[in-house]
Design a protein around this ligand. Structure first.
Ligand code: ATP
Length: 382
């Protein structure tokens, strides 16, 4: 059992008398065997959070508990936690075998032959059994990454902490290692906190994701919850590629008026807005439809600015005004790869009401998320 709890965890740094709040009141319970991805833009406090869990940084306020027991006062070596860094942090003068053994020697008092057995077993599992006598300088990036992971796994810890472990690999290897790492984590069933700034990695790897911005946790949920039911505009814009389209609108009763178009809401959607008079309307690119003719309240005549063919789909950049106008703002519709559209063409974009998100323009809070069939959102078992 290894349940990890962050309870009001806060970290201040002092920068020449200025107080930097790197992490502000983070609360999250990470279940036994769960894979939690901590994601957010650069500088949002991901690494600091991880380093506090590892014991490499002190906690300014709040508590970190492992299975209900506070670990804040334990030095890193006393915590049954193994960390994998982006830089791999392998010792260049040691062989793979020595690198993998080193962590074991530091954290356990196992007999020599038991350590050797564990190192060899883990190296086999990681597909690096034949590299044990090489030094890190004689390995490829992917092999070094496997050694760094192997060094953490061989310790058989209660918790893995991983700080952007795949970011030094090329795109193909990264996606291969992503799958491998997920499979490994599932087999080992070790509670894992994985830090990345890459939302694709977060969506594809995590049982749940925790989204941080400017030191504050914005939402903790399954990838699909965060995608379809974002807590606020930040989460809505951060998760998803291409990003959700946003339009700033003034509200008058059930009518939203923006610079480029007006959008009539149903009574139910209008009710969800309470007394907000400025809202942001959001719609995901794949929910914008290109249709034959404008015959509804939610159909708008637009001009195709640019088409990005992706093969399986096209990202179509549209403008409400003249595409040649440099000031005209574009929004994106993702349509099937076989749906032919050309730059300059006039098309009708439909923004269906059941797909829209409405956010308070001031606070960013989600006032209404898209309609979903309840069965689509069932939480996967952890
Ligand atoms: P990145 O993805 O770029 O690594 P991050 O999300 O991991 O970013 P952190 O490294 O946790 O962000 O930093 C969070 C904030 O704390 C930043 O504003 C950073 O400048 C600040 N910070 C981190 N370490 C220190 C330090 N030792 N002293 C002062 N400020 C620090």
């Amino acid at each position: 059992m290894a349940e990890l709890t962050l309870d009001g965890v806060t970290k201040h740094f002092d920068d020449d008398g200025d107080r930097i709040v790197a992490v502000d009141d983070a609360n999250v319970d990470i279940g036994d065997g769960e894979f939690l991805v901590l994601v957010g833009p650069s500088g949002c406090g991901k690494s600091t959070t991880l380093r506090m869990i590892a014991g490499l940084e002190t906690v300014s306020r709040g508590e970190i508990r492992l299975d209900g027991e506070a670990i804040d006062d334990q030095p890193p070596t006393m915590r049954d936690i193994a960390m994998v860094f982006q830089s791999y942090a392998l010792y260049p003068h040691m062989t793979v075998r020595e690198n993998m053994r080193f962590g074991l020697e530091e954290s356990t008092d196992l007999p020599d032959d038991e350590m050797d057995r564990r190192v060899e077993e883990t190296a086999e599992m990681m597909g690096i059994g034949d590299l044990l006598d090489r030094k890190p300088g004689e390995l490829s990036g992917g092999q070094q990454q496997r050694v760094a992971l192997g060094r953490a796994i061989v310790r058989d810890p209660e918790v893995f902490l991983m700080d952007e472990p795949l970011s030094n690999l090329d795109a193909k290897l990264r996606s291969q290692m992503r799958t491998e790492l997920q499979r490994l984590q599932e087999d080992l069933d070790v509670t894992t906190v994985y830090v990345t700034h890459d939302q694709t990695e977060a969506m594809t790897m995590g049982d749940r994701i925790a989204i941080l911005d400017d030191g504050e946790l914005q939402q903790v949920g399954t990838p699909l919850q965060c995608y379809h039911q974002p807590a606020n505009r930040f989460v809505a814009g951060f998760i998803g590629e291409p990003s959700m389209n946003f339009f700033e609108m003034r509200r008058d009763g059930d009518l939203l008026a923006g610079d480029d178009f007006e959008y009539r809401l149903s009574a139910e959607s209008a009710d969800a807005l309470g007394d907000a008079d400025r809202v942001t309307l959001g719609v995901r690119p794949e929910d914008v439809e290109l249709v034959g003719s404008a015959d509804g309240d939610h159909d708008f005549r637009t001009t195709v600015d640019v088409v990005e063919p992706m093969g399986n789909e096209n990202n179509v950049y549209l403008t409400f005004g003249d595409a040649a106008d440099e000031e005209a703002r574009t929004f994106v519709a993702t349509v099937g790869g076989m749906q032919a559209v050309d730059a300059g063409e006039s098309v009708v974009a439909r923004i269906p009401e059941d797909a829209i998100h409405l956010f308070d323009a001031e606070t960013g809070e989600a006032l209404k998320n898209r309609d979903l069939d309840a069965t689509e959102m069932s939480t996967p078992s952890l």
